[in-house]
Design a protein. Sequence first.
Length: 94
Amino acid sequence: MCYPFVTPNIDLNISIMAAILEDYYSILGVPQTATTAEIRAPYHRLALVTHPDKSASVNADAEFVRLNGAWEHLRGENKRAVYDVKWQYLYGKK
């Protein structure tokens, strides 16, 4: 069965995924071996600094959205495992 929204060209799908996959660990400033608790602390600290209501930065909205994206992908074990596999497949080990 072929789904119309799935591109049959796998290389194209991989290059698209590579273009949008960010290094969430570096956004939060933590190593890949960090525990959820070790990820949570920098997230909360950075959220206070980058929140659009608290930051005078012109890019505060984008920075906060990017930070929240990192937190959403790394806070749960399942999402984090999927992210790590995708990263390893695309870029190799960190």
